[in-house]
Design a protein around this ligand. Structure first.
Ligand code: MG
Length: 333
């Protein structure tokens, strides 16, 4: 039987992992630092006495304008945040745009304005780009790829969790995925759920300056559940999460119950998971909270030595948090 790509292959979970086995079969995969094989948020290339961080991200979100953001803000933030969680100060981005014939120039202008605004929030620049146009029907409106470089004195990995570390999340979980889903479904929850899409470097820079951060990752596709499992697995540790302290908006909770979607498994585009030495947890937490994008930051758990990711429920039980097969919301970023 001929194997073909399906939508789950792009959903950022276990199924996508299978496709990555094919897509990462490069023997030339490392430029002297951290390369493709580590499947981290970006690559690290040592240059002189510092490090270049390099990453890329493509965006095909549907709809392209959604509550809280648009495909342009998402395309800049996706790359900025992957650089940031590697400890890299974002410097310069590229932008490859693929457009469908008939796409409105006014929409393109809005997208570019919104990209520029996100760049401005963290002092990065868009310095090079490319544009292609496909015939009507060959593409759904627009696809944007961005690549970015940053500079990291001390790169941070996603595999550095240590037993005893505190796990911090920088704010409410599930907002982006549920905002996209509710908007598509036309849900009226009284309060509109907004995407959290945001460029996190200024907030992360404050956190890096206030404690010994051992590991970071942005919980994008596959959500918190996927990211925390990846961090624990790569670090060869376990994690215990307390449901009581876990930040999820009430509206996100109700929507996820209605849709039968676990908010822990959907994408966030303006959040970071941080593993930090226990004695530094409070100061890192305060640093995050001092920035508007981190005002809801909380310590949600601790790193253990048992290799399992477990949530202690509010009623005193325990459940495993498993990596999802894929993000339950398609075309989320
Ligand atoms: Mg990432």
């Amino acid at each position: 039987m001929t194997m073909k790509v399906n939508l789950m292959h792009g959903a950022g979970g276990e199924v996508m992992g299978e496709l990555l086995q094919t897509l990462t079969k490069f023997s030339h995969n490392n430029a002297g630092g951290i390369g493709l094989e580590s499947l981290d948020d970006g690559a690290v290339i040592p240059i002189g006495d510092t490090n270049l961080v390099f990453t890329t991200d493509s965006h095909v979100v549907q709809p392209i304008f959604f509550p809280g953001g648009d495909i342009g803000r998402l395309a800049v933030c996706g790359t900025i945040n992957d650089l940031s969680v590697m400890g890299g100060r974002p410097i310069a981005l590229s932008c490859g745009m693929i457009l469908e014939e008939g796409f409105e120039i006014s929409a393109l202008e809005r997208i570019v304005r919104s990209m520029d605004e996100a760049l401005g929030e963290c002092g990065a620049s868009l310095v090079t780009g490319d544009t292609k146009v496909l015939e009507r029907g060959a593409l759904d409106q627009i696809a944007i790829n961005t690549a970015g470089i940053g500079i990291a004195e001390r790169p941070v990995r996603d595999n550095g969790l240590q037993v005893g570390d505190a796990i911090i999340v920088s704010g409410t979980i599930g907002d982006h995925g549920m905002a996209i889903m509710c908007y598509r479904e036309g849900f009226d929850l009284g309060e509109q759920i907004s995407s959290d899409v945001a460029p996190l470097w200024p907030m992360i820079e404050r956190a890096l300056g206030s404690g010994e951060i051992h590991a970071m990752k942005d919980p994008t596709r596959g959500g918190f559940a996927n990211a925390i499992n990846e961090m624990a697995h790569k670090s060869r540790v376990g994690v215990r999460i307390s449901e009581e302290d876990f930040p999820i908006r009430r509206s996100v909770k109700s929507a996820s119950e209605m849709l039968g979607i676990d908010p822990l498994e959907v994408a966030n585009e303006g959040k970071v998971i941080i593993g930090v030495a226990a004695e530094d947890a409070e100061s890192v937490l305060n640093a995050l909270r001092s920035h508007p994008y981190g005002r809801d930051a909380v310590i949600v758990g601790t790193v253990t030595d048992d290799g399992q990711v477990i949530m202690e429920t509010e009623i005193g039980g325990e459940r495993f948090i498993e990596a999802p097969m894929g993000d339950p919301v398609p075309r989320v970023c």
